[in-house]
Write a protein of this length. Structure first.
Length: 294
């Protein structure tokens, strides 16, 4: 596990350099306060799991690593926009994100909302300028739009809001989380595919892998909301219970949720069998997500 942590840290540093480059907006900005709000949450910490996943997949497939880092960074901007909006008073009304005051508490609700909008749209500008084939560029833009929009993350967030104060069954929860959390993780993996010259059957295996790690991520997140602490997590624990959200521990119990996480983790690793030893790092990443404490 120490080895995977070192690999993840090294790749995260590479991603951080790319994010620093693309978020230097001084030459084109017209509203410096907006830029500061965009940068505030983008650089508020985080493990950069999504862009790192893009980079690791591209490495396994011997793809274009520079394009993987840029596209992965664009995806991180979309993830960041979702966090800003998720914390707004009209959504989860959170006060703490990654150990810092949430964006709207620092810049105001209006600017925070617009910062999220700006990050979302800027992500597509970055994609449009990727140095890859026009065909794969269009496929990536389409993938980003569908996974972040009404058929993906945003649709899942709406279902999540509607699920408050209502008990869901396991199938309903998986539907929400495959969209809300899993869609961007699937996109992260497919970035690595689209910047590589890889076979179609590899794409199917990667989608199955990504679907399952998305569920692992969400189940562990639900567990940490109960078993974690605010200082370690960098966000207020117990919010799921306060909002009366349906979670895996609430439905299955803590031990049942842990068992479900292990089950889908094994399914994720099995999906990588087609790649043989080349997939060892991605397989180790599953265990890392399963055992994370923040």
């Amino acid at each position: 596990m120490n080895n995977i942590k070192e690999i993840l840290n090294n790749r995260a540093e590479e991603v951080e350099k790319t994010l620093t480059e693309i978020m230097d907006l001084t030459d084109k900005e017209i509203a410096p306060t907006l830029t500061k709000a965009m940068q505030y949450t983008t650089f508020s910490g985080g493990k950069r799991i999504r862009p790192v996943l893009s980079l690791l997949t591209a490495e396994m497939l011997e793809g274009d690593l520079k394009a993987a880092k840029k596209a992965g960074a664009a995806l991180e901007l979309i993830h960041t926009y979702s966090l800003i909006h998720d914390d707004l008073p009209c959504m989860d009304d959170d006060k703490l994100r990654r150990g810092k005051a949430t964006n709207h508490l620092v810049f105001g609700t209006g600017t925070a909302t617009l910062a999220g909008d700006a990050l979302l749209t800027y992500a597509f500008e970055i994609l449009a300028n990727l140095a890859i084939s026009a065909e794969n560029k269009i496929k990536l833009i389409n993938l980003f739009a569908s996974s972040a929009g009404y058929a993906g993350m945003v649709g899942g967030q709406v279902l999540d809001l509607k699920a408050e104060q209502r008990k869901l069954n396991l199938s309903e929860m998986k539907k929400i989380h495959r969209a809300k959390t899993g869609s961007l993780l699937k996109t992260a993996v497919l970035i690595g595919y689209y910047v590589s010259e890889s076979k179609q059957e590899n794409k199917h295996a990667l989608i199955k892998y990504a679907d399952n790690i998305g569920l692992v991520f969400q189940i562990v997140d639900d567990l940490l909301d109960i078993t974690g602490d605010t200082e370690t997590l960098g966000k207020t624990v117990g919010r799921d219970q306060a909002l009366e959200k349906s979670t895996y521990p609430a439905l299955l119990g803590v031990e049942g949720a842990k068992n479900e996480a292990e089950k889908v983790a094994n399914q994720a690793k099995k999906a990588l069998a087609i790649f043989g030893e080349r997939a060892q790092v991605l397989s180790n990443l599953v265990d890392y997500l399963l055992d994370r404490n923040n």
